[in-house]
Ligand binder design. Structure first.
Ligand SMILES: *[C@@H]1O[C@H](CO)[C@@H](O)[C@H](O)[C@H]1NC(C)=O
Ligand SMILES: *[C@@H]1O[C@H](CO)[C@@H](O)[C@H](O)[C@H]1NC(C)=O
Length: 436
């Protein structure tokens, strides 16, 4: 109580010092300061700038959303330095720049794997949040740095709607290094389209030279949205998932930040969101596309919001014998040809299968990579024969011979459409000459 009184006095003093602060309110336990800011002191971050340092701290803010499931609180997805968490305040403003300052609650997600920085939700609760258009997280409740241009975040998800732009969106949590696996990428994107995906989002730190051409093609086609993710400019992002082993500041290039960001970004844009990696295809086996799959899974129980899909490895070291997909047209295209890899590794007893997910974003509050941490509704393990992931990659059980692997030719069912579509894309991207 005493410290709070002292705080209020400080507040009053500081407010008297600035002509823009007009009112100090204190109701219940929360502290609210109302200020009228001059227009030119505010700079609202463009959507393309996702990582904004929080002044006088080691933390970063990423994106802000109204969360209608929490009575319209503002959720700011952030990257928090876990061992250096001081009180944070939220300044939220109307389009006319009438701003309120409130205390925040910081929820550091549980799956930090020991990394010093981790994805967190900074939750702001106060009055009139629904009419706010931009927000700032600050360490100084009384000092809005009136003379500085401060970066505010645009608040998204203001309006609840079930008029979705997309039924299926894939979130690829990160693209980094000089990834140049062209053929597998083109095949995967074309497969997504055949399965009914309308939108793919990739958080991109960097990529290889040829892949850039493909990305450009899919962007102009309207399927792909690239979100710039320059995490390497701010932190030493880890190349692995475990701090003990891989070191670094932040888990796997910030994957947990971008996955959560992607879910909130699409809450009212996409009926479903698929959270899989760039080399994974969430493949319906019982149905020919994702629409029929989800209609079946949801009709049984509409309360289900998270669908866990088993991952299955198809080693890139084992080739199918006929060689019918070893096409001369693809000879000079870098990367893996998934059509040649139809041998599937068996499941191992007592070894965890790192599943991925299809989620209804409106039912997820916090997600991890292989499961969701906080959800509204139920999570459901989709049976292997209904849907599973085709993941062509290095073997996990490299000592197994073909006889010990299962033959699984599901990707061949799409041959008739997939092959010409991949060729067309490679040509339009300038990666395949017309004559070939
Ligand atoms: C999207 O889903 C809705 C509801 O399931 C369905 O009526 C509609 O046809 C779907 N749109 C497309 C393009 O598949
Ligand atoms: C990354 O680590 C190096 C060496 O430990 C350090 O010098 C550098 O400042 C770090 N960079 C960032 C952005 O934290």
């Amino acid at each position: 109580m005493e410290s709070k009184n002292k705080f209020t006095v400080l507040l009053l003093l500081s407010c008297m010092a600035t002509i823009f602060s007009t009112l100090v309110l204190k109701h219940k336990d929360t502290l609210t300061i109302t200020t009228h800011l001059k227009k030119n002191t505010i700079k609202i971050q463009e959507d393309s700038h996702l990582i904004t340092p929080i002044k006088d701290s080691e933390h970063f803010m990423v994106s802000a959303f109204i969360d209608h499931r929490l009575d319209g609180a503002i959720r700011v997805i952030s990257i928090i330095k876990r061992n250096n968490l001081q009180p944070l305040y939220c300044v939220y403003c109307t389009p006319e720049h009438v701003c309120e300052t409130v205390e925040t609650e910081v929820q550091i997600h549980a799956d930090h794997f020991g990394f010093p920085f981790h994805v967190s939700d900074v939750i702001c609760k106060g009055k009139n949040m629904q009419s706010a258009s931009h927000v700032l997280i600050t360490t100084h409740p009384t000092k809005n740095s009136y003379n500085l241009k401060i970066d505010y975040l645009l608040i998204k998800n203001n309006v609840v709607t079930d008029n979705f732009k997309y039924n299926f969106t894939v979130c690829i949590s990160n693209l980094f290094g000089s990834y140049n696996n062209i053929l597998q990428f083109a095949q995967t994107m074309e497969m997504y389209k055949l399965l009914g995906i309308q939108h793919v989002v990739i958080y991109k730190t960097s990529s290889g030279p040829d892949l850039k051409k493909l990305l450009k093609h899919y962007e102009s086609e309207g399927l792909l949205e690239i979100v710039s993710w320059p995490i390497d400019k701010f932190l030493n992002a880890s190349s692995g998932w475990n701090f003990q082993e891989h070191k670094g500041d932040l888990h796997y290039y910030g994957q947990l930040v971008t996955l959560n960001e992607c879910i909130y970004r699409h809450m009212y844009q996409s009926r479903y969101v698929l959270l899989n990696d760039i080399d994974e295809i969430i493949m319906p086996y019982k149905y020919s596309n994702l629409q029929s799959l989800m209609e079946d899974l949801q009709s049984a129980d509409p309360s289900k919001g998270v669908f866990i899909i088993e991952n299955h490895v198809f080693p890139k070291t084992q080739f199918e014998d006929s060689g019918k997909f070893k096409r001369k047209e693809w000879k000079n295209i870098a990367g893996i040809n998934i059509m040649e890899h139809i041998y599937r590794e068996p499941e191992r007893k007592n070894v965890y299968n790192p599943a991925k997910m299809i989620v209804n974003p409106r039912k997820v509050e916090q997600t991890s990579v292989h499961s969701s941490l906080m959800i509204f509704g139920e999570s459901y393990h989709v049976p292997f024969n209904v849907c599973r992931i085709v993941h062509v990659r290095e073997p996990l059980q490299g000592s197994l011979t073909k006889e010990e692997l299962f033959i699984d030719k599901r990707v061949w069912d799409f041959e008739k459409d997939l092959i010409p579509n991949v060729d067309r894309t490679l040509k339009l991207s300038g990666l395949l000459k017309d004559s070939s």
